[in-house]
Design a binder for this molecule. Structure first.
Ligand code: ADP
Ligand code: MG
Length: 271
């Protein structure tokens, strides 16, 4: 352990998923600041193939937005690929929604929409730069000072086929119909995933969920979009329905949604 040991002091392990182990660290060259290092073993992948190219690293590093987790760099540590990012003290949205659910709480429409607009602004920022996230889900969204930040980019880029990685780890719930058909991934697939997240903010349940992978894919491709509970407005439900259009062409872009009157009225409060 060279680089990691020298420059970063590990405070504690935040957790480990199927591919990575994540640590809270302080940077010895920047002792005030807490950061996160995500360590991905690359044993059977050729190291060079997993490192973002200079151009990609530059692109990731150039992304700077209030609702996106800041990417601070990456390096190889022995056989492991390490990604440094901003620390979000509130943890991830998946855990947060579970805690609310366990307490029997629900999010008000005002709260849902405030967070939804933050995610729209983040996704719009990415799409304007022709960056697709490709793995938007509540586990990849983090809380910092009460705001949401979209994270875990580098990672889905590193895992050569992120779509495959997603299915292997059992979270295909956010994948859009076109991923399973001939069309493949496009920026509207991120919009679908964002729709799934909107549904989860309102219900604490996944829009499409099934333990059988085959059944789940069938539901995503064929089943109608679930409606929001009646405590949410018809306008919000209508936005959800449009985001979960089976045909990606019929889905609004992030920019389109930001221009819906319902959203404009509420975005004024946030900006
Ligand atoms: P998984 O997402 O599969 O649980 P990860 O290695 O991605 O595994 O994350 C492990 C833990 O670290 C999770 O609880 C996650 O919320 C947390 N975590 C990851 N990145 C950050 C971050 N930038 N700020 C705060 N917590 C984070
Ligand atoms: Mg994660």
């Amino acid at each position: 352990g060279s680089v990691l040991m020298k420059r970063y002091c590990i405070h504690r392990k935040l957790g480990s998923g199927s591919f990575a182990t994540t640590y809270l660290v302080t940077d010895s060259r920047d002792s005030e600041s807490q950061k996160v290092i995500k360590r991905i073993p690359c044993n059977n992948v050729k190291a060079d193939a997993t490192l973002p190219s200079a151009t990609e690293a530059k692109l990731l590093g150039s992304l700077s937005h209030p609702f996106i987790v800041r990417y601070l760099g990456s390096f190889l540590e022995n056989e492991d690929f390490c990604i440094i990012t901003e620390y979000c003290e509130g943890g991830d949205l998946h855990d947060h929604l579970h805690q609310l659910k366990d307490k029997g709480l629900a999010l008000s429409e005002g709260h849902v929409v405030e967070w939804f607009i933050q995610l729209l602004l983040g996704v719009n920022y990415l799409h304007e730069r022709l960056v697709m996230h490709r793995d938007l889900k509540t586990k990849n969204i983090f809380l910092k000072n009460g705001t949401l930040k979209i994270g875990d980019f580098g990672v889905s880029r590193v895992l050569v086929s992120s779509d495959l990685a997603t299915t292997v780890t059992g979270t295909a719930s956010y994948m859009s119909p076109e991923i399973f058909t001939r069309d493949g991934y496009n920026s509207k697939s991120d919009i679908w995933s964002l729709g799934c997240i909107l549904h989860e903010l309102c219900t604490f349940r996944r829009a499409f969920d099934c333990s059988s992978w085959i059944k789940l894919v069938t539901m995503i491709v064929n089943d109608p979009c679930p409606n929001l509970p009646s405590r949410y407005s018809a306008e919000l439900n209508d936005i959800l329905q449009r985001m979960l259009s089976k045909d990606p062409e019929l889905r609004p872009s992030a920019k389109d949604i930001l221009n819906f009157p319902y959203v404009i009225d509420r975005a004024k409060v946030i900006a």
